[in-house]
Design a binder for this molecule. Structure first.
Ligand SMILES: [Zn+2]
Length: 262
């Protein structure tokens, strides 16, 4: 499978960047893993949005789903999606309607957000929406999908994609935990968040430092480790050194446009 980083920023975009979004492609099937703010624009630089087969949202934080809004507007209002000829497009009887998998409660949250200014069913009408729970196993094209709930501020799910005997594991956002280590055991590629310059000083923990991300990769015996979800305001050399030391081997640093083959 081919993984393209569309956005690796944390909850505020890097200069010219996008929040979480990863394009995963295999055998002509296109899956978008998370769709944070800025991702729809980046997506359009790589694939035609009507060719996205499915979108999978790891958790309902803005930086992981907010660009479902412009994506839904495109699917609803673009001339090429209309049943009659418009603006040079011939009209279609089969408009694109990608599958959308999001955690339980997503439909209600999407309605609340969109209803602030308009049609509350915008997202559920534009996509084929399914709500998932931790124990669900889903087949999406060539991918077998599993979830693992990880500790964060809201229900959050690490995601495993398997195809042709190859495994890709995505941490989503999480504080230090054993569940991810067990879930990612011996995976071919672990894409793991490394948001923090230092552990949170007060309150509930919700994210990892680069050193903690490296430590999770080492304990999981991941064959390859790539850290993501860090700001361009964090020194990448420092993050690399911290993660590499804890992992015990070379670590990749995600950047927008990076491609990984698994
Ligand atoms: Zn989050």
């Amino acid at each position: 499978m081919r993984i393209t980083v569309l956005g690796k920023s944390p909850s505020w975009q890097d200069a010219g960047g996008a929040c979480s979004g990863y394009l995963v492609q295999e055998d002509g099937y296109t899956l978008l893993l998370d769709c944070g703010n800025g991702v729809f624009s980046k997506l359009r630089g790589h694939v035609d949005y009507v060719d996205v087969d499915a979108i999978l949202i790891s958790h309902l934080h803005a930086d992981h789903f907010l660009d479902l809004v412009p994506f839904a507007y495109a699917l609803t209002y673009a001339p090429r999606q209309q049943p009659v000829a418009v603006a040079g497009w011939p009209g279609t009887s089969d408009p694109a309607c990608p599958e959308l998998y999001a955690p339980l409660g997503a439909k209600e949250m999407f309605r609340q957000i969109v209803s602030c200014w308009g049609n509350e069913q915008l997202i559920e009408d534009a996509f084929s929406l399914h709500e998932y729970q931790a124990w669900d196993e889903v087949s999406l094209g060539p991918f077998q999908v599993r979830f693992c709930e990880v500790p964060h501020y809201t229900p959050t799910f690490a995601v495993e994609l398997v195809t042709s005997g190859r495994r890709f594991t995505y941490s989503a956002d999480c504080s230090p935990n054993q569940e991810l280590v067990d879930f990612a055991r011996d995976t071919d590629l672990l894409l793991i968040e490394a948001t923090l310059p230092r552990p949170e000083r007060t309150g509930e923990r919700g994210h990892l430092t680069p050193s903690e991300a490296g430590d999770h990769g080492r304990r999981a015996r991941a064959k390859r480790l790539v850290i993501t979800h860090f700001s361009d305001e964090l020194d990448p050399e420092w993050a690399d050194q911290e993660a590499t030391r804890a992992f015990g081997g070379p670590v990749g640093l995600a950047h927008d446009g990076a491609v990984y083959s698994v």
